[in-house]
Design a protein around this ligand. Structure first.
Ligand SMILES: *Cc1c(COP(=O)(O)O)cnc(C)c1O
Length: 375
């Protein structure tokens, strides 16, 4: 079943290289975790399976972002090939994120050099078996794909600025293209999820949801931020085109306590506005009130599975058969269930309305193997 996605002209003409399946990633109900006892409001919970969006290795949210970056990579005159991410704000690729890049490079006949940040902590620090960690999960798949992995130790200047690496590759006669971590600082990084908003709306129309007929809340991970930012931009444009029938609320669940919420809010707003401008919105049309980030579920560190997130993984797989990842979606599921169980998705002005909740599964399960001692 293929649902046509209607993009407005300005958006439709932006070059995109198809990496995902031509059909939308599936949306299915999560009936077993949906609370049945609360009489009002009636809540529905669905999952959008971005982990089933592409035939390439470790499908997840990164492929959607890369769809809009590949045409620039392949162009004779790439617009964004310089190391142009803000040097005071760098975030090069990290382990959980770079399998898609390595797989895509293979497919395009290019070579991938992956910068692995050891100083970031996360899985390597959390694992009780560092040797196993460095031979399983994402690290193993990168090796299988033949990606060159460069490890940055904490304090390595490369971690802050990849220019020396790019210069080295140029001296060796290569023509490198830099993609910052999560592709979020890339000027085109938010477009994939702006398009995903249109995909979700096309799916909503097919599904015949109760109540508002739309997903009132969309829960998604916020790491480097352009997944949330892109969604905010896409839904904002849809709101404008649909004639403002009220907004769908995107809730970004943060997964790391390293930086304060305000840091992420500023970035996500910038990413949303940048994507918004490209697809036909004015900068002023997206405001701080559109960026909703929740930092209550970050746990003790990036990549560390706290007890509540571990429970979320176990509950989800035992009740719904859906496997989450330890770094991002476990914390999102935990956060979403908190919002649902504590009545935080209820509109106090209309407490008896049906509320439709969407959980976006952004992938990442390949990391599980490296957490065998935790989960
Ligand atoms: C990268 C990643 C995220 C976070 O997406 P951002 O756009 O960086 O916020 C969420 N889930 C998984 C599985 C990821 O790999």
């Amino acid at each position: 079943m293929s649902i046509p996605i209607q993009l407005p002209e300005t958006f439709a003409q932006i070059p995109r290289y198809a990496i995902l399946y031509p059909t939308p990633s599936p949306i299915h109900p999560l009936p077993s975790i949906t609370p049945r006892l609360s009489p009002h409001p009636l809540i529905t919970i669905h999952a959008k399976r971005e982990d089933h969006s592409s035939p390439l290795a470790c499908a997840g949210n990164k492929y959607r972002k890369l769809e809009y970056i590949v045409p620039d990579i392949l162009s004779q005159t790439p617009l964004h090939h310089a190391h142009e991410n803000n040097p005071s704000n760098p975030q090069p690729l990290r382990t959980p994120r770079n399998n898609p890049l390595a797989a895509l490079a293979r497919k395009l006949g290019l070579n991938a050099v992956v910068l692995l940040h050891r100083g970031t902590g996360g899985g390597l620090a959390a694992s009780s078996d560092a040797t196993a960690f460095q031979h399983s999960g994402n690290v193993q798949i990168n090796r299988l794909l033949g990606a060159e992995v460069r490890v940055c130790e904490a304090g390595d200047p490369l971690a802050l600025d990849a220019t020396p690496l790019l210069d080295e590759l140029r001296k060796a006669g290569k023509n490198p293209y830099w993609i910052p971590g999560g592709a979020s600082l890339h000027p085109l990084g938010g477009l994939g999820y702006a398009r995903a908003a249109f995909e979700i709306v096309a799916q909503e129309a097919e599904m015949g949801l109760a109540g508002s007929g739309r997903f009132d809340y969309v829960f998604v991970a916020c790491g480097s931020g352009s997944t949330v930012g892109g969604l905010v931009a896409g839904f904002k444009l849809l709101e404008k085109l649909e004639g403002d029938r009220g907004s769908r609320k995107v809730i970004g669940i943060l997964n790391s306590p390293t930086k304060p919420r305000a840091y992420h809010e500023k970035r996500v707003l910038a990413f949303a506005r940048r994507a918004g401008e490209l697809i036909g919105l004015d900068v002023g049309e997206i405001g701080v009130e559109d960026v909703r980030l929740d930092d209550r579920f970050v746990g003790s560190a990036y990549g560390v599975v706290d007890e509540e997130s571990r429970e979320a993984i176990v509950d989800m797989v035992r009740m719904e058969g859906m496997v989450l990842d330890p770094v991002y979606t476990a914390k999102v599921a935990r956060g979403m269930m908190h919002w649902v169980n504590e009545g935080e998705v209820v509109d106090s002005a209309r407490p008896s309305d049906v509320v439709n909740v969407l959980f976006i599964h952004t992938g990442g399960q390949a990391a599980l193997g490296a957490y065998a001692d935790v989960i």
